[in-house]
Design a protein around this ligand. Structure first.
Ligand SMILES: [Zn+2]
Length: 171
C-alpha cells in the first residue's frame, strides 16, 4: 500500500506547504519504517507462505502490533507530532502530521488481509484484503505465454474493466 501512503503525503503537501515533502513522506511511512527496524531486531515477525510468490500480501504467523496496531499508531503519531512541535513550534503542522501518521492504519486496514491488531497483546486481527483481491484478479489477467501481441489490448481492456468493477464493489 506504499502508493496509497505516498498519495496521502502528496495531498498533504498541497494542503500545508510549510512542511517539507520529506517530512510528510516520513510521517505517512513511519509505521512501515518502524516495522522494518522491528523485523531486523526480531521484535516483529512474519512468515511468507510458500508458493504465493505472485501474491506478496499473503503471510502467516504475522506479528507487527508494535508498529501497526491502532493504539501504537496513535502513540507513534503523538510522538512524531510532539517532536515536530518541539523543533518547529508550529501547532497546526504538528496536528496535521499527527493525522498523517495515523492515516497509515485505515489505509493498511483496507488493503491488508486480516493481520492488523487494535492493540499489542490482543489476538483479534483485522483487514479487508483489498490488495489480495486486486492482485489475484490481476494475476488472472496476465498475458499468457505464446499469445499473439494483437490480442493483448482487448485482454488489457477486459482486465481494466474487471478491476474497476471490483474496486467499485469494494469501496
Ligand atoms: Zn504498513
Amino acid at each position: 500500500m506504499i502508493v496509497g501512503h505516498l498519495a496521502v503525503a502528496l495531498i498533504a503537501k498541497r494542503i500545508e506547504l510549510k512542511i517539507s515533502l520529506g517530512t510528510w513522506t516520513l510521517a505517512v511511512m513511519l509505521a512501515d519504517l518502524l516495522c522494518f527496524g522491528f523485523l531486523i531486531a526480531g521484535i516483529e515477525h512474519f512468515d511468507v507462505v510458500p508458493g504465493v510468490e505472485r501474491n506478496r500480501f499473503v503471510a502467516r504467523n504475522i506479528f507487527f502490533a508494535y508498529s501497526h496496531s491502532l493504539l501504537m499508531n496513535a502513540i507513534w503519531a503523538a510522538l512524531f507530532a510532539a517532536a515536530y512541535f518541539l523543533r518547529r513550534r508550529y501547532a497546526r503542522g504538528a496536528w496535521l502530521l499527527f493525522a498523517a501518521v495515523l492515516s497509515h492504519w485505515p489505509l493498511d486496514f483496507i488493503s491488508h488481509n486480516p493481520d492488523i491488531a487494535l492493540t499489542p497483546g490482543t489476538s483479534a486481527v483485522y483487514g479487508l484484503g483489498l490488495l489480495s483481491r486486486v492482485s489475484r484478479r490481476r494475476a488472472s489477467c496476465m498475458p499468457l505465454p505464446g499469445r499473439r501481441r494483437r490480442s493483448a489490448m482487448p485482454r488489457a481492456l477486459q482486465c481494466f474493466r474487471q478491476n474497476s468493477t471490483l474496486l467499485r464493489r469494494l469501496l
